[in-house]
Design a protein around this ligand. Structure first.
Ligand code: IMP
Length: 424
């Protein structure tokens, strides 16, 4: 039995898509388990760049079954756009993509309310305005519309007319925004039903059956550990659980089904949106990381905040997710830095802290260890021994500090720029 989970260990944008693409070769089912179109997964295949927000990146591999799990919030309009792009490029989508009937939909009022609420907030979160928090809120309030509801027109009409009335009150009376027409939304939903209705099914049942008949499953997380609504830097987080708990909830698989948890970790750290970031570098190094690493959001185009590797936050990610191994990405971006820094502890008021207080990181001061950098371009290295000694020292420092093996190192954006130390 093989069920591998891929989890981002920082604030998202760790380069998960490329690694998911790599592991997809050895999987039969690829499952997105949380988040929605707030994610932006970029995969480069033979120099051609694809950015996915919703469909699993596995769609680029013919013959694989891709699943949008029950933990995902699905913007149907965005989904149709991605399907159209893939079909235009000659990929077979309709027979390879399954959508959980329990996945909640993101509707126009979710996006409008996300934007309106963010406008009004004094402490802005910097959301992607994709309606993520609003859709998950409706799920918890038990007023959401699920993919499976598309298949029952009378239920859909009843639910929508009630919910739109409620949402319009919010939009108009609280935020002074234009109201929405239930009929127009229902018409769109019926169009989505015609387009994607055939892909909607009970995915937990199918996944269990697949796994227990020897199929290999890959669970693909979006965002990262520090954006987790429970374990991240609340309230500056997303509204789902990118961590291991979310992988189980959002796929319907159970703890005993999981055979491996792979943490994806960038060789430095970035963050999009607001919130604490202890190792952020506001000076030259941060700007250089942004420029060399192409650190601009795949979903919103916003420049990412950049800073040094943070072992304290990584220890938190190791604990929460039980990482079996780590894939280190973007090591090539550090080439050319004279000195490389990494936080190994935090202090508050001059006193060393025992652990990262994730909800109160504003006033912690990172304690850094410094390393000599290397000048060589490492993007063509496919053998660990061929890396400059200083690059290897840095990799081994991370491994030793976290007590987790780094088994793959990504040294460039293409599939070929990947250094595999040990095969899975
Ligand atoms: P939301 O998920 O749109 O509600 O945004 C909440 C926070 O999570 C904001 O700071 C976003 O910038 C951040 N965020 C959401 N999705 C991603 C992602 O895929 N990568 C990086 N940051 C993200």
């Amino acid at each position: 039995m093989s069920c591998r989970v891929i989890i981002g260990t920082q604030w998202g944008d760790e380069g998960k898509a490329k690694i998911i693409d790599y592991f997809t070769a050895g999987a039969d089912f690829i499952v997105r388990y949380q988040g929605g179109a707030n994610a932006g997964h970029t995969v480069v295949v033979n120099g051609k760049k694809f950015v996915f927000h919703l469909v699993p990146s596995g769609m680029l591999h013919p013959g694989k079954t891709c699943v949008i799990g029950n933990g995902v919030v699905v913007d149907p309009e965005q989904l149709l756009r991605e399907i159209a792009v893939l079909e235009k490029e000659g990929y077979e989508v309709r027979s390879n993509l399954l959508i959980s009937d329990a996945a909640h939909l993101i509707l126009p009022y979710h996006k409008a309310l996300d934007e309106a609420m963010e406008e009004l907030r004094t402490n802005k979160i910097g959301t992607t305005k994709r309606g993520i928090g609003e859709s998950y809120s409706d799920k918890c309030l038990r007023v959401g519309v699920r993919a499976g509801d598309l298949l029952d027109e009378s239920l859909l009409r009843e639910r929508l007319s009630q919910t739109v009335r409620m949402k319009n009150l919010q939009l108009e009376k609280i935020y002074g925004k234009p109201v929405m027409q239930a009929e127009a939304i229902i018409a769109d939903l019926l169009r989505y039903r015609d387009e994607i209705g055939g892909m909607i099914t009970n995915t937990p049942y199918l996944l269990h059956a697949a796994l227990h008949s020897g199929k290999r499953v890959l669970l693909e997380g979006a965002q990262g550990n520090m954006l987790d609504i429970d374990h991240g830097t609340y309230p500056y987080v997303t509204s789902s659980n990118p961590t291991i708990g979310g992988a189980l909830m959002g796929s319907g698989l159970n703890a005993f089904d999981i055979t491996e948890v792979v943490g994806i970790t960038k060789a430095y750290v970035t963050r999009v949106g607001e919130g604490p970031f202890p190792t952020e570098d506001h000076c030259e190094a941060g700007a250089l990381l942004r420029e060399r690493g192409g650190e601009f959001g795949a979903t919103t185009g916003r420049p990412r905040r950049c800073g040094w590797f943070d072992a304290e936050l990584m220890k938190h990610a190791v604990r929460i997710n039980g990482l079996s191994r780590i894939v280190l990405t973007k090591l090539d971006v550090l080439s050319g830095f004279k000195r490389i820094k990494a936080a190994v502890a935090y202090e508050r008021n001059g006193r060393r802290l025992d652990f990262a207080p994730t909800a109160h990181l504003d006033d912690v001061v990172p304690v850094y260890e410094e390393f000599d950098g290397w000048d060589e371009d490492i993007s063509t290295c496919t053998d660990y021994a061929a890396l400059p000694a200083r690059a290897r020292d840095y990799v081994e420092f991370i491994e030793k500090t976290l007590g987790v093996r780094i088994s793959i190192i990504s040294v460039g954006p293409d599939r070929d720029n990947t250094l595999v130390r040990e095969q899975a």
